[in-house]
Design a protein around this ligand. Structure first.
Ligand code: ADP
Length: 413
């Protein structure tokens, strides 16, 4: 089965065409700076990345370029769009409507539109991509896979904010979480690596990239996560501040006369590693500056690790322990320094990192000492594969339902 996975951002469209029979990625690419003068298409058919400047006024234009590239005579991975069995779309917010991935129809499109107020930069371009697919590949099944769906299992005590309850009932202000597809992927994969059923494990999954979040996955079910109504909450990130005293916000606004939009910009784009170090939002650059003796870079790293450690402790407490802590994404997969920092001193909790294994560079791996009660794991995330697998599962269900309907009809005749 071949699945086209689309991930639309405000000015970008990422894609992969996967062949689930072999697990091969036939092509991966990115249309960037859509709607700007320097829009371009980068793609890789397995022989290295190519970049072409292309005029792309909107996501419709971008999808047309993707399709042209897929069908390029002699070089494209497919000869006809009929070879694509279905399309999977990453959707940032499904609000409270969607607890799992779903086949797209008019009702689903409408609800994703309503959820745009929760993800104003992401849901509208995803909708644009869905409509473009409907137009360019009519009749092709499309599936929506939601970042928030995995966290719809959170109990009210984890998702209700202790504000007047009406804000939740009237305005849906609550914790929704994000990165759900990645947490779901690494939780399942961790169970597979441990030779266990995910329903028998308590996992703390740490997605540490530019955006970063941690989840408590208790016996296969997400029961808490660090991101909230928006991705600003929780961990300190590349440019986001994460959890701070809410009164800091109004205090700074009063002191400096900032509007809500300006304050939002500061907390989302100018804080985190960048804000504290004053150097970069990129952990590698901050690590280099710290090594060279820059004190604010050292402080930024300490803070970053401290936030992770505190949440690991919280989720250890809410689950009454953990069987494994799993790291993924740019920082989680690559920074041995950060993994060591955030786990330092946790040996009394049965969390014992193996310094030698922590230095191993690539691939999925267990990096705890054998005596560690809690396994420490690194698993490269693969959200596209998770999306494609969801599409495959839904297509199987659709097929099964059709077969059953046919059998019922034959019986009636
Ligand atoms: P995004 O959220 O944009 O997908 P990534 O998952 O690619 O982000 O993570 C980007 C972060 O990973 C950056 O802060 C980058 O510095 C960090 N990173 C990548 N490689 C390394 C490395 N070898 N050592 C330390 N940090 C790294």
């Amino acid at each position: 089965m071949k699945v086209l996975v689309l991930n639309a951002g405000s000015s970008s469209l990422k894609y992969q065409l996967l062949d689930l029979a072999t697990g091969a990625v036939l092509i991966r690419g990115l249309c960037e700076n859509i709607g700007m003068h320097d829009s371009a298409h980068r793609f890789d058919r397995g022989f290295g990345e190519l970049k072409r400047s292309e005029i792309m006024n909107d996501h419709h234009d971008a999808l047309q370029i993707v399709i042209n590239t897929l069908l390029e005579p002699d070089r494209g991975p497919i000869k006809s769009l009929d070879e694509i069995d279905a399309v999977g779309h990453r959707v940032v917010s499904g609000g409270e409507y969607f607890t799992e991935s779903t086949l797209i129809d008019d009702d689903v499109l409408e609800k994703i539109g309503i959820c745009s107020e929760l993800a104003p930069l992401h849901n509208p371009p995803a909708l644009a991509a869905m409509h473009a697919c409907l137009e360019m590949m009519p009749g092709k099944p499309e599936v929506a896979v939601f970042d928030t769906a995995f966290f719809q299992t959170l109990p009210p005590r984890a998702y209700v904010y202790p504000l007047p309850y009406e804000y939740y009932t009237d305005y849906k202000i609550r914790k929704y979480g994000a990165h759900g597809t990645s947490h779901r992927f690494i939780a399942r994969h961790a169970a597979k690596m441990l030779g266990a059923d995910v329903r028998d494990l308590r996992l703390i999954t740490c997605h540490l990239g530019n955006g970063a979040s941690i989840a408590a996955v208790d016996h296969g079910v997400a029961i808490d996560t660090t991101m909230g109504l928006t991705p600003l909450d929780g961990l300190m990130m590349g440019t986001r501040c994460g959890t701070i005293d809410p009164a800091v916000v109004t205090r700074i606004q009063t002191l400096l006369g900032y509007t809500p939009d300006q304050m939002n910009e500061i907390m989302n784009k100018k804080s985190g590693l960048l804000g504290v170090s004053g150097i970069s939002s990129d952990l590698r650059t901050v690590e280099e500056a710290a090594l060279a003796g820059n004190e604010r870079a050292v402080l930024a790293l300490e803070l970053y690790a401290y936030f992770i450690k505190r949440y690991i402790g919280q989720y250890f407490a809410v689950m009454g322990g953990a069987d494994a802590i799993v790291f993924t994404a740019g920082v989680g997969e690559n920074s041995e320094y950060m993994r060591a920092q955030c786990l330092a001193g946790l040996e009394p909790m049965g969390i014992v990192l193996d310094a030698r294994k922590n230095r191993i560079r690539s691939g999925e791996r267990i990096i705890s000492e054998d005596r560690s009660r809690v396994k420490i794991m690194v698993i490269p995330t693969n959200e596209e594969l998770m999306i494609a697998r969801d599409v495959e599962k839904i297509m199987d269900e659709v097929h099964q339902a059709e077969v059953t309907a046919e059998m019922v009809e034959e019986t009636l005749v």
